[in-house]
Design a protein around this ligand. Structure first.
Ligand code: ARG
Length: 270
């Protein structure tokens, strides 16, 4: 059976050919020219809008002006799980979380302010692992949290296992971010395939997902958002070489490896 070809598009330019990027705010002036993977493709490469009601735990992060720059997942009523590289060094006062809003151009849902940001103590850069953070909100969200994958969830990480990724990021490499929530299905990649693509791949800290031929991937602006299998958060959008390039799957934080530490943060009263 044919896979659903979805690709989550996002906004960032300035991608050196072989460079791993963790660009967050870059809205490339030369975005169109840099659209490597999508240059011969129609404007929406199998992009699939998703309904927020079907994935109510997906949220996005904004600056105080309301500009979306990353995704996240509700982990507890007043806690968001996201990528460390999205929020590292960010003053909580400068951070907002939007829940229950499928279309960024509307004002539906809830806008919560951050009161605290926990970044994993081992985090240095997305390419060295521990790319996970927990944001505490000033209120409880009405939407349900998504459970974290644990070390017992081995089936969810089996190579070939189809997982879903969600976000409002770029819909092509170097392209513009999406106004509406997008969803794509990507198979989990084996550790061997991911290490041959990325020398820095650490199977204890990361998991890859994508098709060998590329074409479907998360992208800039999707960082921090969820990779979901078996109804659990198995990955956090972290990094990758470009977006949807053949031979370069997306790299996600392996949630099961950090589950106990994240769970402790989700339970922390602050
Ligand atoms: N680092 C990007 C961000 O901050 C996400 C990149 C994901 N790349 C990929 N090929 N899956 O939004």
């Amino acid at each position: 059976m044919a896979h659903t070809r979805g690709r989550i598009r996002a906004a960032a330019g300035v991608l050196a050919a072989a460079a791993l990027t963790t660009a967050m705010f870059a809205t490339g002036a030369n975005a169109a020219e840099r659209d490597v993977a999508g240059s011969a493709a129609p404007p929406i490469v199998g992009g699939e809008p998703a309904q927020i009601e079907q994935s109510p735990w997906v949220v996005f992060l904004t600056d105080p002006m309301g500009n979306q720059f990353c995704g996240g997942t509700i982990g507890a009523a007043n806690k968001i799980v996201t990528a460390a590289h999205c929020v590292e060094g960010t003053n909580p006062m400068e951070l907002r979380v939007v829940a229950g809003r499928e279309d960024k151009t509307t004002s539906e849902g809830t806008v919560a302010a951050a009161t605290d940001v926990w970044v994993h103590p081992d985090y240095q850069s997305a390419t060295s692992g521990a790319d996970v953070a927990v944001v505490t909100l000033d209120r409880e969200l009405p939407q349900p949290p998504l459970p974290l994958a644990t070390t017992a969830d081995t089936a969810a990480y089996q190579p070939g296992r189809e997982a879903e990724v969600f976000g409002w990021g770029a819909t092509s490499e170097g392209g513009e971010s999406s106004d509406v929530l997008q969803r794509a299905v990507v198979p989990v990649t084996s550790d061997a395939d991911c290490s041959s693509a990325y020398g820095e791949y650490d199977p204890a800290a990361m998991v890859c997902a994508g098709y060998p031929e590329g074409g479907v991937d998360s992208c800039q602006g999707d960082s921090g958002g969820p990779l979901v299998a078996d109804g659990k958060l198995i990955g956090i959008v972290s990094t990758g070489n470009g977006c949807a390039r053949p031979g370069y799957p997306g790299i996600y934080t392996r949630v099961s490896s950090y589950e106990s530490e994240v769970r402790a943060q989700l339970a922390a009263q602050r």
